[in-house]
Write a protein that binds this ligand. Structure first.
Ligand code: ZN
Length: 325
């Protein structure tokens, strides 16, 4: 969340009498009996805010007529949609980039939404168990939820237990090195095989990255900075070795097996010097495999880290304590 967006959200929070959690860009607080969370409808549009309330009434969801009436009565172009999914009611505003206009639109529409819900007999409920009671907003795996204290503590306990299990499965560097090395052998075989078949070896760089990172994860446990360094070093070395071996095989075949393959492997620098292997195609090929290994490695490593992060993404929105008005 950048500074400019946060400053606009601060204006909204001030004008609505709510609070802002700067860590996750959520405006939160209580209006009437309802817990309110205000945040972007989609993450890529920070100025398109949605006003969210979790509530239910005995006679079912908001009807089309009620929604139509609500949106029409406002006769203003600032509202996009009002919808109810389960017990979650979301009023989406249009994109408003001016902070003052945004704050005014949120404030006005929040009041109207709360007035609508209380006039229709809606009561604040927990998104977890659906019982009518006081709730607070939480961030869970990147999404925001309304939970009662009971649901919060049971989810908290479950996540803590999962976290302890994961901590117990501590990262095993030796296993990781072995796994990454075994994975990189698959990658190396792929580099040589595809090249010997006469194809451009782009895909094999990606296979090298995927197999090395997967190997580390399988035998080393969780991915961490050490893992990234180990995987990178192994990949750099193995791509070099595989590429050099690939050239040695080409030369070995051309020389009609005058020397053994190991000797040819050793002689690759000499062949480069003697221009028996063209330096530009040697370096070009190597650079390409490295490039594609990098392309393959980045998403693999990012995904491995995200997997580890899930449990830390659970916590209350905001520190502010407040009582029902
Ligand atoms: Zn609950």
């Amino acid at each position: 969340m950048n500074k400019k967006n946060l400053s606009a959200y601060r204006t909204v929070a001030e004008q609505t009498g709510l609070y802002l959690d700067e860590a996750n860009g959520t405006i939160y607080g209580r209006r009437g009996e309802y817990e309110v969370l205000i945040y972007p409808v989609t993450a890529d549009r920070p100025y398109q805010l949605g006003i969210n309330i979790c509530a239910e009434r005995p006679d079912g969801q908001l009807t089309k007529e009620e929604i139509g009436e609500f949106c029409q009565a406002l006769k203003q172009e600032k509202i996009l949609t009002l919808q109810q999914k389960g017990n979650l009611i979301q009023l989406s505003l249009k994109v408003i980039t001016n902070p003052q206009t945004l704050a005014a639109a949120v404030s006005e529409n929040l009041n109207r939404l709360v007035a609508l819900l209380s006039s229709k007999g809606y009561v604040n409920v927990c998104q977890g168990c659906g019982t009518p009671q006081e709730t607070r907003g939480y961030i869970m795996n990147g999404s925001r939820v309304f939970l009662c204290p009971d649901c919060y503590s049971s989810k908290y306990r479950a996540i803590m237990e999962a976290g302890q299990e994961k901590a117990a499965r501590k990262s095993n560097v030796i296993g990781g090195i072995a796994g990454a090395f075994l994975g990189s052998l698959i990658g190396a075989a792929c580099i040589i095989l595809i090249s010997q078949l006469g194809f451009v070896a782009a895909i094999s760089g990606i296979v090298m990255a995927a197999a090395t990172v997967k190997g580390y994860e399988l035998l080393g446990g969780k991915m961490n900075v050490t893992g990234v360094v180990i995987c990178s070093l192994i990949m750099i070395a193995m791509v070099y070795v595989a590429d050099r071996l690939d050239w040695a095989i080409v030369a070995y075949r051309a020389m009609d097996a005058e020397y053994d393959l190991f000797t040819m492997f050793r002689l690759v620098p000499k062949m480069l010097e003697a221009e028996a292997i063209e330096m530009s195609s040697y370096l070009g090929n190597l650079a390409m495999v490295y490039f594609f290994a990098l392309i393959g490695a980045v998403p693999m490593i990012t995904a491995a880290f995200q997997k580890e992060d899930v449990s830390s993404q659970f916590g209350p929105i905001g520190q502010q304590t407040y009582n029902a008005m």
